[in-house]
Write a protein that binds this ligand. Structure first.
Ligand SMILES: *[C@@H]1O[C@H](CO)[C@@H](O)[C@H](O)[C@H]1NC(C)=O
Ligand SMILES: *[C@@H]1O[C@H](CO)[C@@H](O)[C@H](O)[C@H]1NC(C)=O
Ligand SMILES: *[C@@H]1O[C@H](CO)[C@@H](O)[C@H](O)[C@H]1NC(C)=O
Ligand SMILES: *[C@@H]1O[C@H](CO)[C@@H](O)[C@H](O)[C@H]1NC(C)=O
Ligand SMILES: *[C@@H]1O[C@H](CO)[C@@H](O)[C@H](O)[C@H]1NC(C)=O
Ligand SMILES: *[C@@H]1O[C@H](CO)[C@@H](O)[C@H](O)[C@H]1NC(C)=O
Ligand SMILES: *[C@@H]1O[C@H](CO)[C@@H](O)[C@H](O)[C@H]1NC(C)=O
Ligand SMILES: *[C@@H]1O[C@H](CO)[C@@H](O)[C@H](O)[C@H]1NC(C)=O
Ligand SMILES: *[C@@H]1O[C@H](CO)[C@@H](O)[C@H](O)[C@H]1NC(C)=O
Ligand SMILES: *[C@@H]1O[C@H](CO)[C@@H](O)[C@H](O)[C@H]1NC(C)=O
Ligand SMILES: *[C@@H]1O[C@H](CO)[C@@H](O)[C@H](O)[C@H]1NC(C)=O
Length: 724
């Protein structure tokens, strides 16, 4: 007992002593210049420094951000455009005194041509040109860097910052002979050298030729020579290699002063090469210093250049080492405590927001459905600490990881990239909506983790990719059969109809219905996902009025009425679903610049074909046969009504669901049973309740003859010719 207390007191004392040292040490340190400082494992030799006091001039001040692990060394650059001041950090990864070089990082700029005018050189939306500090000491090294473009059939150009003047270009043409399985198999990269003395640049790209099955991506960047090898992997549209967060090393040249050696050497009070045995070396646009041959070291500090001899300085005392070790321990403990505090704060904040939202609506639901709140440690274990190899997909705002829970369940874990309050709201919104939806065609939310700043969402894992991938990416034409397409359409319609009118007296509008939000499981069963943009409103309001919001959604799927009025109604989802039907029929993307007839918008393309009665010209040929012809016609007409410009003229999701189900039903009937009216009703009933248990709630709307007559009525109201 005594001993323990004694130990405690001693420990306390040590801690206090160390803390004191911690406070004193940094002050006694930092004797500059000449004191080489460190950021992570990057050494920062004088004339560079981490503060104006320690650097030779304010142009050579770098900053070391310790909040990153490892810490990040960078300098700031800014650019003024239309009165706005854009500031960004340029990350530094190595500094060479001898060569007057500095290795930094540049991002890959990804051009996605489907969003831009085909054939023109265009910068991507939101892309800002790169600029070095205007009066700073840096230039982009011509000797060490190359302009690089990846992407078959794309031409890249390096321009001035207005994008008005092409400085250099490079292009890699590929013929469609190189096209295998929807992407260019063989490599398509080009590299070219850049002009000298460059301090800023913009990047543009142009698609030289196009095939409809080519993923229209070009990835352009500057990179240090020999630091990039072209790889056919980069051409694969479903790989996330070379994305906008990929950084490549590139090389900057720096000068210590922008005057010539002659002029500088005249005034020894301002001359930078102050070491004995150092020389001045002129480099555009100024000079640097170097040790004379036979000498090594730092020419910018007195006696910095030393005869090349064996390294001194292993004499660091053992005592200092011990102190450092103890400091490290104390620091770690302090950090761990801080982390715990942050976790708790995040938990309270996120949890608080969630609870607030839940209570404001109703009491039912969340906890009694097996919805779990996972501890962060469990999620970290499941994803191997968010290992990059576990990434399943990258949306604009979130990354989805595959995870293995300790109970051996495979899950998908969604983690937001951006941390702003709006983002957190969307996550909470998704938790709220998904936690109360239980439908076999809606992806199941198993739980969430609230200990991070942005909550993490845990879903059931859906192994077979998205419908968009099956239709447009992996194989063209897609191998999905007509039966699968019809079933996927009907399942999706069922899920949306369920959302629109069936959840605990609220109505949910998905707002981002598109093929890339429809996941397919191992049996190709559809699962609607991504409810981040969804809105819920009380059921009695949803029938009539809409909800005024800022139009949000994906181009190509966005309801034109909603877009122009901002009035959200359930018919907006119906419109988007109409686009999906058109995609299922034609295999075309909702927006494509390479469609025959030049109709970029699938709706226009599709509706004009139905108007001219030549729907079979645009339907994917391999799904058309004598058995499917009538169904395809019926679905095409259904799609057309969904795509009406006026929301009022579109059917409801429930009507669409019924129409699709009856098509499926009639198919089963044809295949399996002779026509028999008593069996028919049973069959329908079975189909309905097996697939759509929620329908039992709607019984009171049905008339005495049962489902079938309702179905017929719905069919006629959506002006579909029923094939019997
Ligand atoms: C710093 O460490 C990273 C990773 O450990 C390494 O890739 C990099 O080359 C190192 N940089 C220097 C200047 O040693
Ligand atoms: C370090 O980086 C973080 C995250 O980007 C930023 O919020 C913070 O302001 C930076 N700190 C400094 C000193 O620049
Ligand atoms: C823009 O911001 C940078 C960094 O904060 C600053 O140095 C510069 O003076 C600003 N420029 C203008 C025009 O405000
Ligand atoms: C950093 O630069 C120094 C000096 O040129 C060089 O010796 C070293 O290899 C570089 N380190 C890395 C990781 O590139
Ligand atoms: C500086 O001196 C070193 C060693 O003598 C040499 O390798 C290097 O090329 C010189 N740097 C320049 C810019 O001349
Ligand atoms: C390119 O744009 C299309 C259409 O907006 C989108 O579906 C696709 O995901 C984008 N590709 C990349 C890699 O961002
Ligand atoms: C693409 O195919 C053409 C014709 O077969 C061939 O000449 C060319 O070398 C191929 N390109 C690449 C990058 O392999
Ligand atoms: C792209 O994804 C599909 C489906 O998972 C896969 O079959 C194909 O091999 C992938 N392509 C490459 C090059 O990995
Ligand atoms: C970008 O690509 C790299 C591989 O080059 C990968 O490690 C990283 O996770 C990708 N990031 C995103 C956001 O896709
Ligand atoms: C650069 O050189 C000039 C002329 O020798 C001198 O007046 C000026 O102070 C120097 N600037 C710096 C930052 O050393
Ligand atoms: C180095 O500097 C010292 C003192 O200025 C001088 O005596 C010596 O000759 C120099 N050595 C060389 C090789 O220039």
């Amino acid at each position: 007992m005594r001993r323990n207390e004694m130990m405690k007191i001693i420990l306390r004392f040590c801690e206090a002593l160390l803390l004191l040292l911690l406070v004193i040490l940094p002050r006694t340190k930092a004797v500059c210049p000449g004191d080489e400082t460190i950021c992570g494992n990057i050494s920062i030799p004088y004339p560079f420094g981490l503060s104006p006091k320690c650097a030779r001039s304010k142009d050579l001040v770098l900053s070391c951000n310790q909040t990153f692990n490892p810490p990040k060394l960078s300098f700031k650059s800014s650019r003024t455009k239309n009165g706005k001041n854009y500031t960004y950090d340029i990350e530094v990864i190595n500094i060479s005194l001898e060569q007057g070089l500095l290795q930094a990082k540049t991002p890959v700029v990804v051009f996605n041509f489907s969003e831009f005018t085909f054939g023109n050189y265009t910068p991507p939306l939101g892309y800002r040109p790169f600029t070095l500090p205007i009066h700073g000491p840096y230039t982009i090294s011509q000797r060490h860097n190359l302009l690089t473009a990846v992407g078959c059939g794309a031409a890249a150009s390096l321009t001035n910052t207005d994008f008005s003047e092409n400085l250099v270009m490079c292009a890699q043409k590929c013929s469609s002979a190189n096209l295998t399985n929807g992407y260019y198999k063989d490599i398509g990269c080009c590299q070219t050298s850049i002009p000298p003395g460059l301090r800023s640049y913009g990047l543009k790209a142009r698609l030289l030729h196009s095939t409809s099955s080519f993923s229209h991506l070009a990835k352009i960047f500057l990179v240090e020579k020999d630091k990039f090898t072209c790889d056919s992997l980069y051409m694969d549209p479903n790989s996330s290699h070379l994305n906008h967060s990929t950084m490549f090393p590139f090389v900057l040249e720096w000068v210590v002063n922008k005057t010539t050696c002659d002029i500088a050497a005249r005034d020894l009070t301002t001359f930078a090469c102050i070491s004995k045995n150092s020389t001045c070396i002129p480099t555009e646009p100024g000079y640097i210093c170097n040790c004379s041959s036979g000498y090594q070291g730092n020419p910018y500090i007195s006696n910095g250049c030393q005869v090349v001899v064996v390294l001194a300085g292993v004499g660091a005392s053992f005592g200092l080492l011990v102190v450092l070790a103890l400091l490290f321990l104390v620091h770690r403990k302090w950090k761990a405590r801080n982390l715990k505090k942050t976790k708790r704060r995040n938990y309270q904040c996120n949890h608080g927001m969630l609870l607030e939202k839940l209570i404001s609506l109703d009491e039912g639901g969340v906890c009694d459905q097996g919805f779990m709140v996972f501890p962060l440690t469990e999620i970290e274990k499941a994803t191997n600490n968010f290992d990059a190899t576990r990434i399943l997909g990258n949306g604009g705002h979130a990354t989805v990881y595959k995870g293995l829970l300790s109970d051996k369940r495979v899950v998908a874990i969604k983690k937001s990239k951006l941390i702003n309050p709006q983002e957190i709201k969307e996550f909470i919104n998704e938790v709220f909506i998904l936690s109360r939806i239980r439908h076999r065609n809606v992806v199941k939310l198993l739980g969430c983790c609230l200990e991070t700043e942005v909550p993490l969402l845990v879903y059931e894992f859906i192994p077979n990719g998205t419908l968009a991938e099956h239709l447009h990416m992996w194989q063209r034409p897609s191998s999905l059969s007509w039966d699968d397409r019809l079933r996927i359409a009907s399942e999706t319609a069922g899920a949306l109809a369920h959302l629109h009118c069936d959840i605990a007296s609220i109505s949910v509008f998905h707002r981002d219905v598109k093929t890339s939000n429809i996941l397919l499981d191992s049996n190709f069963t559809a699962k609607v996902s991504d409810f981040g943009a969804s809105r819920s409103i009380p059921l009695h309001e949803s029938a009539t009025a809409g909800l005024a919001t800022v139009a949000q959604g994906t181009f190509g799927y966005l309801d034109p009425e909603y877009y122009s009025t901002g009035q959200l109604t359930q018919k907006s989802d119906v419109y988007s679903f109409g686009v999906i039907l058109a995609e299922l029929l034609t295999g075309e993307k909702p927006i494509s610049q390479s469609r025959p007839g030049g109709q970029a918008n699938l709706r226009t393309y599709f509706v004009s074909a139905t108007k001219e009665n030549c729907i079979f010209k645009i339907v994917e040929p391999h799904i058309v046969n004598n058995n499917t012809r009538k169904d395809i016609e019926a679905v095409a007409m259904l799609a057309e009504t969904c795509l009406k410009m006026k929301g009022d003229e579109r059917p409801t999701m429930k009507e669409v669901e019924m129409a699709l189900m009856s098509l499926r039903w009639s198919k089963k009937q044809q295949h399996q049973h002779p026509w028999n009216s008593s069996e028919k009703n049973e069959e329908i009933e079975q189909l309905f309740y097996q697939d759509y248990p929620q329908l039992s709630r709607f019984n009171d709307h049905y008339d005495s003859t049962g489902n079938y007559s309702l179905e017929m009525q719905l069919m006629s109201s959506s002006s579909i010719e029923y094939p019997h």
